[in-house]
Design a protein around this ligand. Sequence first.
Ligand SMILES: [Zn+2]
Ligand SMILES: [Zn+2]
Length: 109
Amino acid sequence: MDFQDKVLVCRDCGKEFLFSAGEQAFYAEKGFQNEPTRCRNCRAARKGGTSTAAPESGASRPLFSAVCSECGKDTQVPFKPTAGKPVYCRDCFQKRGSRTNRRSPAYLD
Ligand SMILES: [Zn+2]
Ligand SMILES: [Zn+2]
């Protein structure tokens, strides 16, 4: 059987990608009925494997569930909460941050 390189459109990113003759032969050999629907990048991304694409900023950071010490809301923090140490949700953290900048010494904990 002769195969010819084909250009397919990725259903995820909409980019064209090559379904090469070699890959088509491989698919035929394996008995796969369907052509690939995603480009290499998107396939790798979906597998969650180590793709060469740079991860979204912060996406690869593990998050830990915590309860905000200020408002009691469930939140997620990018570090492991330590027992006895206060943990703040994003809102309270920002509130505290802006307060910290001009807090008087009387308010130091
Ligand atoms: Zn794609
Ligand atoms: Zn809070």
